[in-house]
Design a protein around this ligand. Structure first.
Ligand SMILES: [Zn+2]
Length: 210
């Protein structure tokens, strides 16, 4: 199935220099409205730049949080549990860094613990934090897997992401109904075909996918 990922260039960093005010961003959105041929002062649009500021704050709230910290705070020592733990089909919404168009998809996360087990909701938080940044799907996939690997130090981590890219649907090639599948397998998921295929059968059996 998926392409293998070799790189994950770490955390997003905030831009240097002076902070940018909401007013400046509102003004930029107002300029875009004028540029497409609209009148930003008509009734329906008057509040739009401000709504966009609030929307962007929500779309990109992942820059302010550290996913490693989410996992670090909550791990517990659980002696003896060494079976596969799988979070299936967690939904996410992200934005592609090339077009700022939505990427809508699901993530399957599996790991085999090595003493440290984390609450399943924390895995979903990690997905959420990385998704709420400008992304490409390959990096999103790798970042989720690498962070779990680095913090929990499990016997293995497997991540599969399936997503539709709106930059392919509403513009460009205008293709609907296709999705992109990416995966990253670490540790025993990479080394042991049996473990990998056990995980992938759980991914493919997931009826919540549609
Ligand atoms: Zn794009």
């Amino acid at each position: 199935m998926a392409q293998k990922l070799e790189t994950a260039d770490g955390e997003a960093s905030s831009a240097g220099g002076r902070p940018i005010s909401d007013a400046e961003v509102r003004s930029a959105f107002r300029t875009v409205l004028q540029w497409i041929g609209e009148d930003p002062d008509r009734d329906g649009l008057r509040e739009t730049p401000d709504r966009l500021v609030r929307s962007y704050r929500e779309y990109f709230c992942g820059y302010e949080e550290d996913p490693a910290q989410v996992l670090r705070k909550t791990f517990s020592e659980v002696d003896g549990y060494d079976e596969m733990i799988v979070l299936r089909g967690v939904t996410f919404e992200s934005h592609c860094e090339h077009h700022i168009a939505p990427i809508i998809g699901r993530v399957w996360v599996g790991y085999i613990p090595n003493r440290r087990v984390v609450g399943i909701s924390k895995l979903a938080r990690v997905v959420e934090i990385f998704a709420k940044r400008l992304q490409i799907q390959e990096r999103l996939t790798a970042q989720i897997a690498n962070t779990i690997d680095e913090v929990l130090k499990p016997a293995g981590v497997a991540v599969v992401v399936k997503a539709a890219h709106h930059c392919m649907i509403s513009r460009g090639v205008h293709k609907r109904g296709s999705d992109l599948v990416t995966s990253r397998m670490l540790g025993v998921f990479r080394d042991q075909a049996v473990t990998r295929s056990e995980f992938l059968s759980l991914v493919n059996a997931d009826t919540m996918e549609k």
